[in-house]
Write a protein that binds this ligand. Structure first.
Ligand SMILES: O=C(O)CC1=CCC(=O)O1
Length: 300
């Protein structure tokens, strides 16, 4: 547990549905990410739901505290963001450490997390010594020293070769993470073992592994689904950041899990406006562009 009282005031960004939102989708990313890792998901979700992206401690614009952290610290941060933003329940989509936090959120506050989408994640990601070594290295030298190696596992070789700008963008994002925040999250992964608690998870779970993911291979997601009666699994092509490399397929699966129509309005803006948490709900709706009227009212 962090020596600093948790939770912190984690940074979170809203993208609002301009019509009647059918609930809130909370996105929680991977180690070393900021909210921009979810950019391919925003336009696909905001026609129907409000989207809230949280940044973990020391990641993006969230403040850092001295580590080590544990999964409960990071879960406290999520629950505090929901309380602060006045959100009772969400569908939580978590990738990698974001998925680990999503499972822990749903175990601790089941009524607030009726649905989960677990992307490229694991209930136990050893060996702990490797995470402790990475934490020590990052504290000493900063996350820039491991960024290229990490990103070499985020994309397939073919995608990385064809998209060098994406590779560089992700390396820069990891390198910009606060060293203590990054190291503290490594230590949370080192200490994590959710396996014995999985049978107590009662959310509707969609698990999505990347077929070529070497960090959290499909077996890790199968293990989760085997232990969770309400879970089902769909494998997509891609490595650890399958939500980026294979965004269309992942977006379709998320929409399906939300019971949203697969067809999106044709005139979606490429990049709908993001609204910082400090702006009010009313302000955020004013800046949203006009969209077609909702033809499928209802609550998620
Ligand atoms: O950083 C990595 O190597 C991949 C990863 C593991 C947990 C996470 O969030 O990212």
């Amino acid at each position: 547990m962090s020596p600093i009282a948790s939770p912190i005031a984690a940074h979170a960004i809203w993208n609002r549905c301009p019509g009647t939102a059918r609930g809130v989708v909370l996105l929680a990313g991977s180690l070393g990410s900021d909210a921009t890792m979810w950019q391919p998901q925003i336009a696909a979700l905001t026609p129907d739901v409000d989207v809230l992206r949280i940044e973990h401690r020391g990641h993006g614009a969230s403040p850092s505290t001295p580590g080590p952290y544990d999964l409960d610290d990071l879960t406290d941060d999520v629950l505090a963001v929901l309380d602060r933003e006045g959100v009772e329940d969400v569908t939580m989509v978590g990738l990698s450490i974001g998925g680990m936090i999503a499972i822990n959120c749903a175990l601790r506050a089941p009524h607030r997390f009726p649905r989960l989408v677990l992307l490229c994640t694991s209930a136990h990601l050893g060996p702990a010594s490797a995470w402790q070594e990475r934490a020590a290295r990052v504290r000493a030298q900063g996350p820039g020293v491991i960024a290229a190696d990490v990103v070499s596992r985020w994309f397939t070789a073919a995608y990385a070769q064809a998209h060098p700008d994406d590779v560089q963008r992700m390396i820069d994002m990891i390198a910009a993470t606060d060293p203590e925040g990054y190291a503290g999250c490594c230590e949370a992964i080192a200490a994590m073992d959710l396996r014995p608690r999985l049978p107590h998870l009662h959310s509707q779970v969609l698990a999505i592994p990347g077929a070529q993911d070497r960090t959290t291979p499909p077996e890790h997601l199968h293990q989760i689904c085997d232990a969770v009666p309400t879970a089902h699994l769909v494998t997509v092509p891609g490595a650890h950041l399958a939500s980026w490399e294979n965004a269309d397929e992942v977006n379709r699966l998320i929409r399906e899990h939300l019971n949203l129509p697969a067809d999106l309005p044709a005139d979606l803006p490429a990049d709908p406006p993001a609204v910082d948490q400090k702006q009010s709900r009313e302000q955020s709706q004013e800046v949203a562009p006009p969209r077609p009227a909702q033809t499928h009212p209802g609550q998620l």
